[in-house]
Design a protein around this ligand. Structure first.
Ligand code: ATP
Ligand code: ZN
Length: 283
């Protein structure tokens, strides 16, 4: 049995649960429960505060966990990053009141900065030779300047709208973060084997999330040209249509290149183009 710690309720919770489900792992979920055992995979899920997850994984209370890199690095615990998960992307930034003068990070010398991430901020300031007073507070950091608690803040930003609505201006990016899967560095072999199986499934889910299955009709004399435009795992599948002189082509395209490819194959004579999501992809 492998134990995974995920955030009980917060910005990481839903996507963490979704990832486990997309790996084909079933469990009974109740927001009141602190742990649940999966029914078709040797995995037990613990629901915890995100800040506690790196410590529990380092201590072996949980074997693996899902946490924001910002929390992992801030906590400084001995847990290994085994996979970047690509969700909960955000950054830790310094911000000052909109009207205040700010030209460079040196302007923060001697200032008071409020943050929930004192270690990440201290490392950033040390690397630039800035000496400031760091006030560690656990929440509502963005109101600190307006109540006279601090001259600047260092907080998590994604779109920046919270900063704007609190009259703040982002001035420095301190750290870039996304959700990561972390593991205890000394897993016993039977747990490592379960983790390897889980990672195999995660890779299949991640590959599939970026790929689309594409089907189109092509005049037979255009198959070669359209096939060259379609990337595929091996070569596109070509099936004859009931209508003489036409074939159906099937392939897989990457979401990033998607629109460009569609335009080119249309111009080359493709018709009836269908694009469908892929659930899992094993290559
Ligand atoms: P807990 O009660 O578990 O301690 P919390 O309030 O500390 O929760 P959340 O606000 O739920 O934490 O954020 C969890 C993680 O999600 C953060 O550490 C960060 O990695 C990421 N995150 C935070 N804010 C955003 C955002 N606006 N957009 C995307 N990701 C974010
Ligand atoms: Zn937290």
């Amino acid at each position: 049995m492998l134990r995974i710690a995920i955030q009980k309720s917060g910005r990481l919770s839903e996507e963490s649960l979704n990832l486990i489900r997309e790996c084909g792992i079933s469990f009974i979920y109740s927001s009141l429960k602190l742990k649940t055992e999966c029914t078709n995979f040797p995995l037990e899920i613990l629901f915890l505060r995100d800040d506690d997850i790196p410590g529990y994984v380092a201590d072996g209370v949980a074997d693996i966990g899902i946490v924001g890199e910002n929390v992992l690095v801030e906590e400084g615990k001995a847990a290994l990053t085994v996979e970047r998960l690509g969700f909960s992307k955000c950054r830790l930034s310094l911000a000052v009141p909109r009207g205040s003068e700010y030209e460079s990070v040196q302007d923060l010398n001697g200032k008071n900065i409020a943050t929930s991430y004192p270690n990440l901020l201290q490392a950033f300031l040390d690397a630039r030779g800035v000496q400031a007073h760091i006030h560690t507070i656990s929440g509502s950091v963005e109101i600190a300047p307006s109540i006279g608690l601090a001259d600047a803040i260092c907080d998590i930003v994604s779109s920046g709208s919270t900063l704007i609505s609190n009259g703040l201006r982002e001035v420095e990016r301190v750290f870039k973060s996304e959700a990561v899967l972390i593991a205890n560095p000394e897993l016993p072999q039977e747990k490592q084997e379960i983790l390897d199986k889980l990672l195999f499934r995660i890779h299949a889910v991640q590959r599939a999330s970026r790929a689309k299955y594409i089907l189109l009709n092509s005049p037979n004399d255009k198959i070669a040209e359209i096939s060259r435009l379609l990337p595929s795992i091996k070569a596109p599948t070509v099936l004859p249509l009931a209508e003489e002189g036409w074939s159906s082509l099937h392939s897989v395209v990457n979401e990033d290149d998607f629109w460009e490819i569609i335009e080119k194959i249309k111009a080359a004579g493709a018709q009836g183009i269908l694009v469908v999501p892929i659930e899992k992809m094993i290559v």
